[in-house]
Design a protein around this ligand. Sequence first.
Ligand code: DHB
Ligand code: FE
Length: 282
Amino acid sequence: MAKIIGGLSTSHIPAVGNAVAKELFEDPYWKPFFDGFPAIRGWLDEHKPDVAINIYNDHGLGFFLDCMPTFAIGAAHEYVNEDEGWGIPVMPPYEGDAKLSWHIIESMVEDEFDITSCQELAVDHGFTVPTQLFWPGLQKNPNFPRIIPISANTVQHPIPTLKRALAFGRALRRAILSYPEDIKVVVLGTGGLSHQLDGERAGHINKEFDLMCMDKIVDDPDELTKISRHELVRQAGAQGTEFLMWMMMRGALGDKVKLVHKNYHIPISNTGAGTMLMECIE
Ligand code: DHB
Ligand code: FE
């Protein structure tokens, strides 16, 4: 049977893609951010997951305002990345796992989550930047897993609640654990933490709120579901709603987890940049 070994989260800032391309790992601005990753890479090299479920929020490449699924799951054999206009290199296509995708979609719909299934999906920086951080070299990295994208809407309101995001993750866990093949799965939740890129509050960062979320998500994620969507925007900024992805990931890890590693640094491109690794213990 399939096993979920842990969850990873990180911010997915486009400028990080540029910093990776320019190898600015020791640059004083970037170093405190990149220092959050070697421990996680070591853990991935040790545990070698076969599949990564990459929960991110599309920013207008895969879906636009004319057609905005609340929860979309990739069901393709391959996912392409395209130029989003950030000036960051376009990543080569990612190998999927369509058989597992359809198993997850079947199970989630049976569990009464109404899913948009995507046999074609262009994946944006929310998906690609974290894969570059966790598996440097991507396809050239011998431990690079097959990968399934799951995108949730944080762009066009109404967005999902934190409660629904956590419940989604728990249903995703049931779906993965019922897959009959002996594979190891790691779940990614990308985005956040606090940031607002436009409007009067552009540049808004809330360190206290970010650290509270990183603390509570480990042992008491249900407590965070008391935060309304409006309160989340108020506290974390308009794009800080990407914390929903972290909650989806956390739901997939089961009730008890072990925090293995975390890192928080501000600012990276006007964003509270958080990174975590939680290991499943059941
Ligand atoms: C930026 C973009 C993002 O999608 C994000 O999550 C954080 C920062 C940016 O453009 O700086
Ligand atoms: Fe984003």
